[in-house]
Write a protein that binds this ligand. Structure first.
Ligand SMILES: [Ca+2]
Ligand SMILES: [Ca+2]
Ligand SMILES: [Ca+2]
Length: 318
């Protein structure tokens, strides 16, 4: 129906082109809208970019599922896509690490939730990621059109930092911590956890530069050691609006009839650079990005995991 309306509009534009007063403008937002069809997949169709921060699962051939052949950006994207196909986790590493996915149709901003992001959160283990959305405004299939953050429960908090940046430095020797510095004068390390993840480096193998910077929104770290001796770390949940977050509001054990544990997100929460609400009828790309800069002793850095990204509307409709 949408396509039909668009065709009619275009015909009217052509038909009325001789009369300047009658020109009908087509909503720019609708120009490259791709309506879902019967054959559209609810799962994301491609990983356009996998850019994790350093972390204990990056390069890990056991639990992380890397082969050691992820030596280019495209090989890294293929790794992430294959993991999602198998519904296995893809780690985003520490703060700022992200993944960008595409769909074979546009995701409508319908009433209520629109997107489901599967994670591995559980009680006491939330590693929140901010979810961003983008419309393919120029219709080239690339995520080069401007991101909108989906605001969550911490958006109004004065502990939340927007435009926070962390630069990670390649370790000079194997089996050592990854140092970082941030844009507020802070510094620290992603620790090397020899007992659990013994790959030589937690720095992504396909990144050729000796440092790289990741930027995004950073939430207050709330993890703490409840034992007093460093043995029992708790990573509490946040209110709502984040991925890999054991939220009382939007974390579900099932998405439709599927056994998928996920957070549900609403495109209506999209905001622009200065925090104002942005009304989007649909989106084409989703970015999920680790949103805390913290570590929990022997558990290591907090790093969001993603096991799948879905068009929620499509699952519910079927
Ligand atoms: Ca919605
Ligand atoms: Ca997790
Ligand atoms: Ca584009």
């Amino acid at each position: 129906m949408r396509k039909f309306v668009l065709c009619m509009c275009m015909m009217i534009v052509v038909a009325s082109s001789c009369n300047k007063d009658d020109v009908i403008t087509i909503d720019f937002d609708d120009k490259y809208y791709r309506a879902a069809t019967q054959t559209s997949a609810s799962e994301c169709s491609a990983v356009l970019e996998y850019m994790p921060a350093p972390g204990q699962f990056i390069g890990d051939k056991k639990t992380g599922g890397f082969t050691g052949e992820e030596l280019t950006a495209s090989a890294a994207n293929e790794y992430a896509a294959a993991r999602l196909d198998e519904q296995k986790f893809v780690s985003l590493g520490g703060f700022g690490g992200y993944m960008v996915v595409a769909f074979d149709h546009s995701i409508d901003n319908s009433e209520g939730y629109d997107i489901a992001v599967a994670g591995n959160a559980f009680e006491g283990s939330s590693e929140p990621a901010v979810v961003w959305v983008m419309q393919d405004k120029n219709g080239d299939g690339k995520a080069n059109d401007g991101w909108y953050e989906l605001k969550g429960s911490e958006f109004e908090s004065d502990k939340t930092l927007r435009n926070y940046s962390v630069t990670y430095y390649r370790p000079k020797k194997d089996c050592s911590a990854v140092h970082w510095s941030d844009n507020l004068g802070g510094e620290g390390t992603i620790d090397y956890l020899a007992a659990y993840h013994s790959q030589p480096s937690y720095y992504p193998a396909w990144i050729t530069s000796d440092s790289y910077t990741l930027s995004g929104s950073c939430l207050e770290a709330r993890n703490y050691d409840t034992s007093g001796n460093g043995t029992h770390w708790v990573q509490p949940s946040y209110g709502w609006g984040y991925a890999d977050n054991y939220s009382a509001v939007d974390w579900v054990d099932k998405v439709g009839d599927r056994d998928v544990k996920a957070n549900l997100l609403d495109i209506a929460n999209a905001i622009g650079d200065d925090g104002e609400s942005v009304e989007l009828k649909y989106i084409d790309f989703v970015k999920i990005q680790t949103a805390v800069n913290a570590k929990s002793g022997w558990l290591g850095e907090l790093s969001a995991e993603v096991l799948g990204v879905y068009d929620y509307n499509l699952i519910i409709a079927k």
